[in-house]
Design a protein around this ligand. Structure first.
Ligand SMILES: [Zn+2]
Ligand SMILES: [Zn+2]
Length: 388
C-alpha cells in the first residue's frame, strides 16, 4: 500500500529531535523555524501532529496535545521518524497516573483538556527557566507547565511565568521564546494586543537558595517521573499536597514561610494583601486554577510541611488554627471553594496520611454536615470521575 493510501504525510528531510521532556508546542516551534517560519497549523500538518483535514481547533483546545492516538503516532513516525515513546513524552498523557487521575473505565481513558483542568493543571500556562531557554535556543519542557514544577534543578532558579517588562502571563499558545522574539500577549476580545518588546531569551533568572524547597522540588520531580509501580503513591502524594496547598492558599500567612527565599515570601505577602477580606480570602476561578508561580510555590511549600509532618494536624493547626476554630471565615471560604469548580475534585482522593486534617478541614461539626453527594464519596468513586 502506498503512503497516499494510508493518509500518511511525506517523510521530512529536516527533523529536529525533541529534547527529553520537551512539550509538543515547543517542538512545533522549532520545526516551524527549521521550515522557514511555516505557520504552526501547517507545521503540525507536515509533521503528522494533525491529519491533513484537522483544524486549528485541534491544536488550540482540541485533542492534539493530549493523547497518543495510534493514527497520530503512525503519522509522526512516517513524517519525522519519531518513536511512539518520543511522541507520547511530548503529550499530556504522560502524566496520567501521577499528576493526573491514574485510570478509568473505557470512556475516560483518553486524556483531554478537561482532564487537566480538573486536576489543577492549566494546559495554556507556561513557565520558563531563563537559563534552559537560553541554552536550548528557546525550547521548553512540558513539566514546566505543571503546578508541581516551580524551580529548575539544573540551574537552581525559579521558573518565570510572566513577562518581567509588561507583567502579562506567558501562555503556551501565545508565547514563543524561540528566537528571543517579542511575545504576543493573550487574545482579548478576539484582538491581539500590541506585542511586548521583552526578549524572552534574556529573562533575568532568580536564584533559588531555599534548600527545603529544592529538596521538595527533587521529590516532586521524582514522583512525576515514577515508574508505573510507583504511580499510586505519586498520585496520592499530589492529591494530599493539592488539598493542603488550597488550605494554605486560604489560610496561611507569610510568617509560615520561614526559611523561604525572599521573592517567595514577598510574592505571597502581596497576594494575601490583595485577596484578604472580612469573609476570608476571595479568588477568581482563574486565580484558583493558576495562581502566579511564586504564590503556587509558597502554598505547595507550606502544604509539604503539613503532608510530610509526623503530626500533620499539629502543623495544619499552626498554619490555619484549624482545631481551635474550624469554622473561621477563612476555613468556611475554603470549604465553599472546595465544592465548586475548579477545585471540586481536590478533596476526593486524599490519603490516610492527612486524614486527621481533612476530618476537621472538610465537613465537620454541627451545621456543617456534608451534602449528600459527598457522604457517599467512596461508593461513587468511579462515577465521580466522568471526564466529559
Ligand atoms: Zn534551567
Ligand atoms: Zn511583555
Amino acid at each position: 500500500m502506498s503512503r497516499l493510501d494510508l493518509g500518511l504525510p511525506r517523510r521530512l528531510a529536516l527533523v529536529v529531535e525533541p529534547l527529553p521532556g520537551e512539550a509538543l508546542l515547543s517542538w512545533l516551534n522549532i520545526m516551524s523555524a527549521e521550515h522557514g517560519g511555516l505557520p504552526r497549523l501547517r507545521t503540525a500538518q507536515i509533521t503528522g501532529v494533525l491529519a491533513g483535514d484537522e483544524s486549528r481547533h485541534a491544536l488550540g483546545t482540541g485533542s492534539a496535545l493530549y493523547y497518543p492516538h495510534a493514527a497520530k503516532v503512525a503519522r509522526m513516525r512516517a513524517a519525522a521518524a519519531l518513536t511512539e515513546l518520543q511522541v507520547t513524552n511530548m503529550l499530556w498523557h504522560r502524566f496520567r497516573g501521577t499528576a493526573l487521575y491514574p485510570f478509568g473505565p473505557q470512556w475516560v481513558k483518553e486524556t483531554s483538556r478537561t482532564s487537566l483542568l480538573k486536576w489543577w493543571i492549566d494546559p495554556n500556562a507556561l513557565r520558563l527557566c531563563p537559563r534552559c531557554v537560553d541554552e536550548s535556543g528557546g525550547r521548553w519542557l512540558l513539566a514546566w507547565q505543571l503546578p508541581w514544577v516551580f524551580v529548575c534543578l539544573t540551574h537552581r532558579c525559579y521558573l518565570v511565568g510572566a513577562c518581567p517588562v509588561c507583567g502579562r502571563a506567558f501562555t503556551a499558545h501565545g508565547t514563543n521564546p524561540l528566537h528571543g522574539a517579542p511575545h504576543y500577549p493573550p487574545l482579548v476580545n478576539g484582538m491581539r494586543q500590541r506585542q511586548c518588546g521583552a526578549r524572552l531569551r534574556e529573562l533575568p533568572a532568580v536564584p533559588a537558595q531555599d534548600d527545603e524547597l529544592l529538596a521538595l522540588q527533587q521529590r516532586l520531580w521524582d514522583a512525576l517521573h515514577a515508574p508505573a509501580e510507583g504511580h499510586a503513591e505519586s498520585f496520592g502524594l499530589f492529591q494530599d499536597l493539592w488539598a493542603m496547598a488550597c488550605l494554605a492558599l486560604f489560610t496561611a500567612h507569610p510568617e509560615d514561610l520561614s526559611g523561604a527565599d525572599t521573592v517567595v515570601r514577598e510574592a505571597f505577602a502581596a497576594f494575601c494583601r490583595t485577596h484578604d477580606g472580612a469573609a476570608g480570602r476571595r479568588f477568581t476561578a482563574s486565580e484558583l486554577r493558576t495562581p502566579p508561580v511564586l504564590v503556587q510555590t509558597a502554598v505547595i511549600r507550606t502544604a509539604a510541611r503539613i503532608v510530610f509532618a509526623e503530626d500533620p494536624l499539629a502543623v495544619a493547626d499552626t498554619v490555619a488554627g484549624l482545631s481551635r476554630d474550624p469554622h473561621s471565615a477563612a476555613i468556611i471560604a475554603l470549604r465553599k471553594a472546595w465544592n465548586v469548580r475548579p477545585l471540586f475534585l481536590v478533596t476526593r482522593h486524599t490519603t490516610a496520611r492527612i486524614k486527621a486534617v481533612m476530618d476537621v478541614a472538610d465537613y465537620s461539626g454541627s451545621g456543617h454536615a456534608p451534602p449528600p453527594k459527598r457522604r457517599s464519596r467512596t461508593t461513587t468513586f468511579a462515577t465521580d470521575l466522568g471526564e466529559r
